[in-house]
Design a protein around this ligand. Sequence first.
Ligand SMILES: Nc1ncnc2c1ncn2[C@@H]1O[C@H](COP(=O)(O)OP(=O)(O)OP(=O)(O)O)[C@@H](O)[C@H]1O
Length: 258
Amino acid sequence: MTLLSVEGLTRRFGGLVAVNDVSFTVSEGEILSVIGPNGAGKSTLFKLIGSFLPPSAGRVLFEGAVVSGLKPNQVARKGIVRTFQETTVFKEMTALQNVVVAHQLGVTASPLGTFFSSAAARADERRFRDSAAEILDYLGLGHVKDVEARNLPHGYLRALGIAIALAARPRLLLLDEPFAGMNPEETDRAVAMVEGIRKRGVTVLLVEHDMRAVMRISDRIVVISFGSKIAEGSPEAVRADPAVVEAYLGKDDETIGH
Ligand SMILES: Nc1ncnc2c1ncn2[C@@H]1O[C@H](COP(=O)(O)OP(=O)(O)OP(=O)(O)O)[C@@H](O)[C@H]1O
């Protein structure tokens, strides 16, 4: 079943066409990666899908309904959730508290003070704590759940960003460069984490600069270059595609995952 459809998405910045008439679909349960050289338009495409930026043309459909034009939080409520950057983690709170708060923010529009005052809310809070602990365990963060976020190493902080996103119970998780700046060991852990997320029934769309981890993890890959889609298919097909090799020309073979 098609979960997400990107139809003719285009975004211009003045005279520059950052994303140019890009179309693809993401099926339920899939891990689909969007890759492309520096400045290809990956981040812009990502922002368009999450509704952080309005398209100049085209649209995004989620479960058959148009979501472009909605606010990011409305899109999140429908089930499209992006990982949180380190800057949005509450540094003074423990890992567990961060994920509990993420649950609370996901269910109430009322101020937290009001939220905490009712008995029903207290029951919810217990439920959220259990759920938060389960998510942290699942992501291999159980042993650091009581550590303040500011004291967590970089890799853990990034994983915490994913835990916070999972608290919103996404149907589609958007991962922005999840492997950037990671050493091979950290990448292995992150790859296992993303595979684990899919096992929970969450579809994953990730944008990544480097093809190496993407080749291991993706069911399908969409390649963009200068804003346009130049290839789409299995990792093997994409790696062998002359247009992709051409787009990455000047990079060494390792960059395209050989
Ligand atoms: N807000 C903006 N205003 C003007 N130009 C922008 C804006 N955002 C992105 N661009 C331009 O759009 C093009 C695509 O940028 P984008 O960040 O989407 O590429 P990218 O593939 O994510 O690059 P990288 O891999 O380096 O992160 C670039 O030429 C960039 O300079």
